[in-house]
Structure formats: C-alpha cells, structure tokens
Design a protein around this ligand. Structure first.
Ligand code: T3D
Length: 259
C-alpha cells in the first residue's frame, strides 16, 4: 500500500509509504492519497489529519521513473501537474486542519506538498530541497506561490534557482515551517498537536483557512467584508456558543465541530 492510514481518536494519520524510493510520488500513490483524503473528509469523526512519510524520507517529489510519455513521444508533464494541482487543491480546501510531520528529506513536489499543509513540523535532521532546477523544471505543487509568501522573494528565488537543501531549523527560522523538533520527539509532538486540533472548533479552523487563502488576493475592504460574513456564520455554530459558555463558566470548552 502506497499510503498507510491509521485512525486515531478524532483524526487520521496518512503515511506516504514507498520508503525504498524516499516516498517519491507515483500515480498509484497519488490516487491512494486522494482517496485517503476523501475518506477522511467523509468521516464525521475525523476532525484533523496528520501527514507524514514512512522510513527515512518524507517525500522525494515526483517518481522520476514514473512519468508517462504522451502521444508526441515526450513526457506528459501536464498530466503529472494536473494530479499535483488536484492534490494541493484538495489539501487546501479540506474543512479541517492538516498537520505535516516532515520526518526526513522533502524534495521537489514533496517539499511543496508539505507547504500546502496548515501546520508543518519537521525533524531537525530533515531538509527541504526545491530540486526542480536540477532537472530543468520550475517549482510546482504550488511552490512558486507558497515560497515567496512564506519566506519572501529573495529567499524563494535563491532556493528555487540554486536547489540547495534548507535545513529544518533554518526553515523554521525563516518562517517556511512552524517548528523544527528533535528527531526522536517528532511523531510524539505531531500526534499531540493533531489530537489537540481535533478537539478544537473545527468549523472555525476551516473558515480561518478559507479567510487566509482569500486574503492572498483580496483588498483589505473585501477581506473585512469576508471576515464579517464568516464570523456571522460562526456565530450560529454550537461551538461558538459552547466556547463562550465555557469561558464564562471557567472550564475547558467541549467542542463538537458540528453545525
Ligand atoms: O519530472 C516530472 O515528472 C514533473 C514533475 C515534477 C515534480 C517534481 O517533484 S520534480 C523533482 C523530483 N525530485 C527530485 O529531483 C529529487 C530526486 N532525489 C534526490 O535528489 C535525492 O534522492 C534526495 C536529495 C531527495 C535524497 O538523497 P539521498 O542521498 O538521501 O537518497 P538517494 O540515495 O538519492 O535515494 C534513495 C533511493 O530513492 C534511491 O534509489 P536506489 O539507488 O537506492 O535504488 C533513489 O534513486 C530513489 N529516489 C530518490 N528520489 C527519487 C527516487 N526514485 C525516483 N524518483 C525520485 N524522485
């Protein structure tokens, strides 16, 4: 199985599972990952997702041995990109938080797949490589969009053009990821974080994701209107009522994530 699924209380862990290829993405893994995300989304008990990799790497990007050749006899990269685009759209559109635990090297599309997640943790020994320029390509999987927004144009361009590995701790210092964690604490930290998120107000998190994504193209005026509308929507959720009640009663809130 190219993606392993573990069900935990309130969340699912999806592990990319081609360790002998550093979890490089092939067609089978793409379909397995899309299916696992759709199944998690359809499960009303699932309120968060943890993505990680099996073995010593997180994901080495596209499996360079698995590119189909099109009718004209040249590699059909458009087909590969359609798959990546669908994956990134799926991750970004999920109405629940997605944590990524980068357990080892994240290269090419593998690096940008991690950046498409909401909160990225990485083992201190892990690194991020925009490997594309080494094979004459541009960063895909949203890389040209995520990188400058997260770390600024100068660093984004150098990483993309030079394809030098960026160590996890430096990635955290630069704001590319949330946190670099001691290797032996990575999965414990990732599980604790994901379990915590699974108990938060899920719809509020989903609309927070939506608001941040919209802010990338909105004017302040449009964003203020969007915030008003999303907050109005959240004002009708049981989790908002529970959050306020719990505050007043000085007790932890018991969120359900339901409408
Ligand atoms: O081209 C298109 O299809 C369009 C789409 C592009 C999207 C992309 O993601 S482009 C970028 C593709 N990825 C890369 O170029 C990265 C290639 N891999 C590497 O540069 C290195 O493997 C790493 C820097 C990631 C890790 O290096 P290292 O020394 O830790 O491991 P290794 O020995 O190179 O790899 C271990 C095995 O995994 C090895 O197999 P072997 O020799 O033991 O049988 C290696 O061939 C295999 N592997 C690593 N990456 C890939 C891969 N096999 C297929 N595809 C890979 N991307």
């Amino acid at each position: 199985m190219t993606v392993l699924v573990e069900t935990h209380q309130g969340y699912r862990q999806l592990s990319l599972n081609r360790p002998d290829r550093l979890n490089a993405l092939n067609t089978e893994m793409f379909h397995a990952l899309m299916a696992a995300l759709a199944e998690a989304e359809a499960d009303s008990e699932c309120r968060a997702i943890l993505v990680t990799g099996a073995g010593r790497g997180f994901c080495a990007g596209q499996d360079l041995g698995d590119v189909q050749v099109g009718d004209s006899g040249v590699p059909d990269l458009k087909a590969v990109l359609e798959r990546y685009n669908a994956l990134v759209r799926k991750l970004r559109g999920l109405a629940m938080p997605v944590v990524c635990a980068v357990n080892g090297v994240a290269a090419g599309a593998g690096a940008n797949l991690a950046l498409a997640c909401d909160i990225v943790l990485a083992a201190k020994s892990a690194n991020f490589v925009q490997a594309f320029s080494r094979i004459g390509l541009i960063p895909d999987c949203g890389g040209t969009w995520f990188l400058p927004r997260l770390i600024g144009a100068a660093r984004a361009r150098a990483l993309a053009i030079l394809a030098e590995p960026l160590a996890a701790e430096r990635a955290a210092e630069w704001g590319l990821i949330w946190q670099a964690v001691d290797d032996d604490k990575l999965m414990k930290t990732a599980h604790a974080l994901t379990a915590r998120l699974a108990k938060q107000a899920t719809i509020g998190i989903a609309l927070t994701k939506r608001a941040f994504d919209a802010a990338e193209t909105n004017t302040l005026d449009a964003q203020l209107d969007l915030e008003r509308d999303l907050q109005d929507e959240l004002g009708h959720t049981p989790d908002y009522a529970e959050g306020v009640r719990a505050f007043i009663e000085k007790r932890p809130a018991n969120f359900t994530g339901r409408r």
